[in-house]
Design a protein around this ligand. Structure first.
Ligand SMILES: Cc1ncc(C[n+]2csc(CCOP(=O)(O)OP(=O)(O)O)c2C)c(N)n1
Ligand code: SF4
Length: 284
């Protein structure tokens, strides 16, 4: 196994002490080390927010793009270099709010990337407004009477729309999260891992104590992964008990596997004729 220190990076980190993102970052490093994946063979694409900063703190290739737009960038990178390992790090606001339509497109296309959503159920970077996953009644400075709508269920959304790998992790279960990340990366197709992430500064409801009391690991014999209806039903379990693990997994053909144009190798390795590109641009 590669030394986890291989992925260390000395960029200054200003996440709040106790932020759940630290657990996610450590789980990512562990997952990469256990797969012996050299930093140069990894691309992390992120959007804007505290979660979006994750690749700054990990040695890898990274692209830190616009709010909500990480998935289109990851799609482009996958098409250009389809043997590249791609992780996408986004917050719940970034992914399910601003980037919601891109999530639907990535599921439909079945782009072979692993999406990690750091779901703290709040907008962290902009200091605590409600996000799409904030629960009904959640009080913030911007929503002093509580959120009127219902929180989005990302797992149910992804399964209902045909995603082939859908899982939930928790920042407080680092080894389990590392296992989920590795399974997601091994999966050929779009993998969503929604991660329960504690925000010590702006979410005083879904705290470490809250999760530690409720979170349990699903046993595959009790929660079969290949039963679509059962998996969808399992996404409704939320309350005194909160399950984590792989909710649904099926074999699929990824977008890049389906394209005959990519059979002869990554686009990046093909000869490029700048003149032809110029011709397309100028309409000649
Ligand atoms: C187009 C656009 N709209 C709004 C913002 C302001 N903004 C920056 S981060 C953010 C929310 C981040 O919340 P989330 O994605 O949940 O990530 P977290 O900071 O909690 O990790 C917003 C609204 C922006 N940068 N760009
Ligand atoms: S505001 Fe919340 S999400 Fe952002 S660094 Fe602090 S604890 Fe983490």
């Amino acid at each position: 196994m590669t030394d986890v220190k291989t992925y260390d990076c000395d960029y200054e980190n200003k996440w709040c002490p106790g932020c759940g993102n630290f657990g996610i970052l450590n789980a990512m490093k562990k997952a990469l080390a256990e797969q012996d994946l050299p930093p140069e063979q990894l691309l992390i694409v992120s959007g804007i927010g505290q979660a979006g900063k994750t690749p700054h703190f990990l040695k890898c290739n990274y692209f830190h793009g616009l709010h909500g737009r990480a998935l289109p960038v990851a799609t482009g990178a996958k098409l250009a270099s389809h043997d590249l390992n791609i992780l996408v790090s986004m917050g719940d606001g970034d992914c399910y709010g601003e980037g919601g339509n891109h999530l639907l497109a990535a599921i439909r296309r079945n782009i072979d990337v692993t999406l990690l959503v750091h779901n703290n159920m709040v907008y962290g970077l902009t200091k605590g407004q409600a996000s799409p996953t904030s629960v009904h009644g959640f009080v913030t400075k911007a929503q002093p009477h509580g959120v009127t709508g219902e929180g989005l269920n990302p797992l149910a959304l992804a399964i209902s729309q045909g995603a082939g790998f859908v899982a939930r992790g928790y920042n407080g279960k680092m080894d389990h999260l590392s296992y989920l990340i590795q399974e997601g990366m091994r999966y050929r197709g779009f993998a969503l891992i929604d991660i329960l992430q504690v925000c010590v500064s702006f979410n005083r409801v879904n705290t470490t104590e809250f999760y530690n009391k409720r979170v349990y690991e699903m046993d595959a014999s009790e929660y079969p992964r290949d039963d679509w209806h059962q998996a969808l039903e399992n996404t409704q379990i939320w309350g005194d008990r909160i399950p984590i693990g792989i909710f649904y997994q099926k074999e699929t053909e990824s977008f890049t596997d389906r394209l005959p144009e990519l059979k002869s190798g990554p686009l990046l390795d093909r000869p490029r004729d700048a003149g032809r590109v110029q011709g397309v641009i100028s309409g000649a």
